[in-house]
Design a protein around this ligand. Structure first.
Ligand SMILES: N[C@@H](CCC(=O)N[C@@H](CS)C(=O)NCC(=O)O)C(=O)O
Length: 292
C-alpha cells in the first residue's frame, strides 16, 4: 500500500496534501484523502481531527468550504478529509441515485454481498487510512484523535465515536456534527442505506449504525458531544435529521448539557455557509480534548 501524492498546497503556514492509494478495504479501488498538517508538526507529532462529509461530497468538500484549516493551524491540529464512498466499483445501480451508492457510503461496512467487497467506509476511515499514514511516517499522533462531520458525515462521526466508547477502544476523544442524520433507522436516507448495504436491513443498521440507538447502550460513560443544526434546513424540516430523537435519548441516558450539547441555530440551512459559520467553534471544541 504505497501513498502517492496527488497535489500539495500551502495553507495557513501548513500544508494540505491530497494522497491516493490502492485501498484494500474498498476492494482494491483507488482511494483519495486530503490531509492538512500544521506548521508546528516540524517540532513533533500533532493531534488529528477527522472530518466526514455528506452526500454527494468528496475529500475536497470540507477542505475547500468548511473554513476549518485556519482554526486548526492556530491550534496546531492536523485535519483528515476522507472521501464519502468508494469510486468506480462498477456495481449495477451504483450511480442511479445521489442518496445511495457513489458519494453515499454511510461510513459502514456493507454485509449485503452485492456491496460488501467495496462499500467498507467504516474500516477505511477507522483503520486503513490511519495505518497508511502511520506507515508513511507522517507526524500524526493517533493516540489523540477526534472526529466531526456533516449530515451523512455527522451520522458517521457520531456512530464511529459512540461505537469507540461502546467497544472500549476510545479511538476518538470527542465528536461534533453539523446537521447530522441522527436517527437513520427512522428516516428515508438511513432506511434506504441500511436496506441496500446491509444483509440484515434496517434492524442491522439500527443495532450497529444509529446514533440514537447507540447512545441508549452507553451506561455512565463520559462523553463529549456537540451538535449544531439550522432551523431553516429543509432536510431537518423534512424529517431526515431527527436531532431531537438523539437529544431525548441522551437526556434519558443521563447525559447533561455539558456532555451532550445540541444547538438549534435559527434560520441556517443545510449548506456550507452554515457549516463555515460554526467551523472554528467546532475546531476549538475538539482542541479542548485533543490538547488536554
Ligand atoms: N443534491 C441534493 C443536495 C445534496 C446536498 O445538500 N448535499 C450536502 C450533504 S447532505 C452537501 O454537503 N453538499 C455539498 C455542498 O453543499 O457543497 C438535492 O437535490 O437536494
Amino acid at each position: 500500500m504505497a501513498l502517492e501524492v496527488v497535489s500539495t498546497n500551502k495553507s495557513f503556514d501548513g500544508t494540505l496534501t491530497k494522497y491516493k492509494f490502492k485501498s484494500t478495504a474498498l476492494g482494491g479501488l483507488d482511494a483519495k484523502f486530503n490531509l492538512f498538517i500544521p506548521a508546528n508538526a516540524a517540532n513533533g507529532k500533532v493531534p488529528l481531527l477527522v472530518y466526514l462529509a455528506g452526500l454527494e461530497c468528496t475529500e475536497d468538500t470540507g477542505a475547500q468550504k468548511g473554513a476549518f484549516i485556519g482554526p486548526a493551524a492556530k491550534e496546531g491540529i492536523a485535519l483528515l478529509f476522507p472521501d464519502t464512498s468508494p469510486r468506480g466499483a462498477g456495481i449495477e445501480g451504483e450511480d442511479d441515485d445521489w442518496q445511495f451508492g457513489t458519494g453515499a457510503g454511510f461510513y459502514l461496512n456493507a454485509t449485503n454481498p452485492k456491496w460488501s467487497k467495496h462499500y467498507n467506509m467504516l474500516t477505511h476511515v477507522t483503520l486503513e487510512i490511519p495505518q497508511i499514514i502511520e506507515a508513511a511516517g507522517l507526524p500524526i499522533d493517533f493516540t489523540r484523535q477526534s472526529i466531526f462531520g456533516h449530515s451523512m458525515g455527522g451520522h458517521g462521526a457520531l456512530t464511529l465515536y459512540l461505537t469507540s466508547l461502546l467497544n472500549g477502544s476510545k479511538q476518538y476523544r470527542s465528536v461534533s456534527a453539523f446537521s447530522p442524520i441522527s436517527n437513520p433507522s427512522k428516516c428515508p436516507w438511513g432506511e434506504t442505506a441500511f436496506k441496500g448495504y446491509l444483509a440484515g436491513g434496517i434492524a442491522e443498521g439500527q443495532d450497529l449504525y444509529d446514533a440514537t440507538e447507540l447512545i441508549k447502550k452507553l451506561v455512565k460513560t463520559p462523553a463529549h458531544v456537540l451538535i449544531d443544526y439550522g432551523t431553516g434546513d429543509k432536510f431537518y424540516q423534512n424529517g431526515q435529521l431527527l436531532p431531537e430523537n438523539f437529544l431525548k435519548a441522551a437526556r434519558d441516558q443521563g447525559y447533561d448539557e455539558v456532555q451532550v450539547r445540541v444547538r438549534d441555530q435559527e434560520g441556517y440551512d443545510h449548506g456550507y455557509y452554515f457549516i463555515s459559520t460554526f467551523g472554528a467553534d467546532h475546531v476549538h471544541f475538539h482542541a479542548n480534548f485533543l490538547k488536554a
